[in-house]
Design a binder for this molecule. Structure first.
Ligand SMILES: *Cc1c(COP(=O)(O)O)cnc(C)c1O
Length: 378
């Protein structure tokens, strides 16, 4: 049988495996940071209405520039982000993964490099590879904060064309202080004119504010967002960015014409009409996230501070064995390959109870007590 490596694929793709969390059929799935709440019925009705309307025009190509959608996204950002933006500042695509791909096609590519501070969202590195952009893995401290001095050195040495800062970070959950982001922006610009992309996929779940106001006077800064998490619409595939209008013009050099279908635009517009209801679910999830942190700590787990809809917990001598034992109890969490740590997405209260019971059971079994925190080791 012919395998991938028998085909004349690009050298950098040889021997690689595609991105993907295991999708196992278990009762409680808390592994992909999805929103556990299905869309409310009135919104489902509104989507059907708007899609029916769009269907009447499907013989035509959609609005190539998605102006109505970008206008509504700008209104949402202005309302929630403490910084006014207009449609000219906003660009949308099929998931923020496509936004990131378009940014790397525009500002990265062969002979260019991008940096991220790992562990972080692994798709940044994968999309870099897919676009022929060299990837530089920047450092973090032991507690998963960004080691600013080391990051500045890495930027000065490597002079990357694109810098990714994920805040709140995935899979660790912690937010990056605005001062750190600003220092990284300054370091990046000092090395060479380069783009700094703030990935705010989880910002609606944060205790703090969006970094949107940093866009003021910084034409090389981009804030990337998604409807996959807070809006509970991972299946919709709608991501967007806010930046200087010149950035929006630049990504149009690489976007496929009509990349956002009329059905996608209609669905996203319907969801935006129900923003207040959807953000109400976000409040419930934030409370559940905080409860997970407290209860895991009470059990003796180490937990990374979380501003997202998930929690990183540990530390286990063998995180994969712990992952398996939690799975054996019908709860799927994520092993992101961070040694000693696992990640759980905040689910419904019932799902979270099932997860906490599973961890309690795991910790009760011999040999699986979490490694004591560092300072107690020393
Ligand atoms: C989930 C996630 C995204 C969302 O990607 P979509 O393509 O919009 O679904 C983007 N960035 C990070 C850090 C994420 O965790």
């Amino acid at each position: 049988m012919t395998g991938i490596d028998d085909l004349p694929v690009r050298d950098e793709l040889r021997g690689k495996t595609p991105y993907g969390a295991p999708q196992l059929d278990v009762p409680v799935r808390l592994n992909t940071n999805e929103n556990p709440y299905p869309l409310p019925e009135p919104l489902v009705e509104r989507i059907a209405e708007r899609v029916r309307e769009a269907a009447r025009g499907l013989n035509r190509y959609p609005d190539r520039d998605a102006v109505e959608l970008r206008t509504e996204l700008a209104a949402y950002l202005t309302k929630t982000g403490k910084h006014p933006v207009t449609a000219e500042n906003v660009w949308a695509a099929n998931g923020s993964n496509e936004v990131i791909q378009q940014l790397l096609q525009t500002f990265g590519g062969p002979g260019r490099a991008a940096i991220g501070f790992e562990p972080s969202y692994s798709m940044h590195a994968l999309i870099a590879r897919g676009t022929g952009t060299a990837w530089i893995s920047g450092p973090r401290n032991e507690d998963f904060t960004i080691d600013l001095a080391a990051a500045e050195r890495a930027i000065a040495e490597n002079r990357p064309d694109v810098v990714f800062v994920t805040t709140p970070n995935n899979p660790t959950g912690n937010a990056v202080p605005p001062e750190t982001v600003l220092a990284l922006y300054e370091a990046a610009q000092a090395a060479k004119p380069s783009m700094v992309v703030i990935d705010e996929a989880y910002i609606e779940f944060s205790h703090g504010d969006s970094l949107l106001p940093l866009l003021e006077g910084r034409p090389n800064l981009v804030v990337s967002r998604t409807m996959s998490k807070a809006f509970g619409a991972a299946g919709l595939r709608l991501g967007y960015l806010a930046a200087d209008p010149a950035v929006v013009d630049a990504v149009q050099l690489v976007r496929l014409p009509y990349h956002l279908s009329a059905v996608t635009q209609a669905t996203a517009l319907a969801a935006l009409e129900h923003t207040d209801t959807l953000l109400g679910y976000v409040e419930q999830l934030k409370a559940e996230r905080d409860r997970l942190v407290l209860e895991l700590r009470a059990m003796g787990c180490e937990v990374t501070e979380s501003d997202a809809n998930f929690v990183q917990f540990g530390r286990f001598d063998d995180a994969h064995a712990a992952w398996r034992k939690i799975l054996d109890q019908g709860v799927l969490v994520r092993d992101n390959g961070v040694p000693g740590w696992l990640r759980v997405s905040a689910g419904t209260p019932k799902e979270n109870d099932a997860f906490l019971d599973a961890v309690r059971e795991l910790l009760g079994s011999v040999g699986d007590t979490p490694t004591p925190p560092k300072e107690q080791n020393a």
